[in-house]
Design a protein around this ligand. Structure first.
Ligand SMILES: [Zn+2]
Ligand SMILES: [Zn+2]
Length: 259
């Protein structure tokens, strides 16, 4: 089985009694990945090759920019990333520039003939190559990749603890379940890591706990809506005051929601 590097943070996250202990772990790993990006990673040539190539997603650009007052490390990373991307985009443009100029000078008759004979517009080729490049850039993120890899190892560690430590297994069973994203990851990882009977045993602990947790959250949201009925104006809110943000986090994991 894999290294047990995350044993302590996992136990601490489960002790917090939140709607998803794996979100607690993920927030910590994300913070580590963000700090690494503008910290030690900057001096690592291999990492710089990766950040130059991948860049970051919108969410992680935002978090990187808001992370530190000192913007110099981030500026250095963006500088070389942009330089590389400009070169790549210019490379595509330069390859087609002469043909684009020719196309722009084409007469209306020539253009009509080309359309009739099914000749592909050169501008269209350049556009699809540029769009493909931009699309792949939108999808790649150094922080997401690092976080996903570490989360995968963390979930392997959760399964290890579940299998080996009865005390942790009790914590797991008595938890408030997980957000849907991490529920899915647990299902997938368990099918990869566990033998048939072990996986089945795990599912018997996980799925009923998860369904019960979802039902509890849904009931809180339902109770919240009932509180807007004038007949309930003096009723107790019980556990429903934060039902909307809590239900959203149960559905999609940690978000920066106003409460
Ligand atoms: Zn989660
Ligand atoms: Zn990202």
């Amino acid at each position: 089985m894999k290294e047990r590097i995350y044993t302590i943070p996992i136990n601490e996250a489960f002790d917090k009694g939140t709607e998803c202990p794996l979100c607690v772990c993920e927030d910590k790993l994300e913070d580590d990945a963000l700090r690494y990006t503008t910290g030690p990673a900057m001096m690592e040539p291999d990492t710089r090759i990766e950040t130059n190539k991948k860049g970051f997603c919108k969410d992680h650009y935002t978090k990187l920019c808001n992370l530190e007052q000192n913007k110099l490390p981030l500026a250095l990373v963006i500088d070389t990333h942009l330089a590389e991307q400009i070169e790549a985009l210019a490379g595509i443009y330069n390859k087609h520039e002469v043909d684009i100029i020719k196309e722009s000078e084409k007469s209306a008759i020539r253009s009509a003939i080309d359309t009739l004979t099914g000749k592909k517009k050169v501008a269209g080729i350049a556009v699809s190559e540029l769009a493909e490049k931009l699309e792949s850039l939108e999808k790649t993120c150094f922080v997401c990749d690092r976080l996903d890899a570490n989360m995968e190892r963390l979930i392997e560690n959760v399964l290890y603890l579940y299998e080996k430590e009865p005390e942790f297994r009790e914590k797991f069973k008595n938890s408030k379940g997980f957000c849907l994203k991490h529920f899915k990851l647990l299902l997938i990882k368990a099918s990869e890591e566990f033998s048939g009977p072990k996986q089945a045993e795990f599912l018997l602990d996980l799925i009923p706990t998860q369904l019960e947790a979802l039902k509890r959250v849904q009931e809180d949201v339902n109770y919240f809506t009932k509180m807007f009925d004038y007949r309930n104006q003096n009723a107790d809110w019980k556990n429903s005051r934060d039902a909307v943000p809590r239900s959203i986090e149960k559905i999609c994991g940690t978000c920066q929601l106003k409460r």
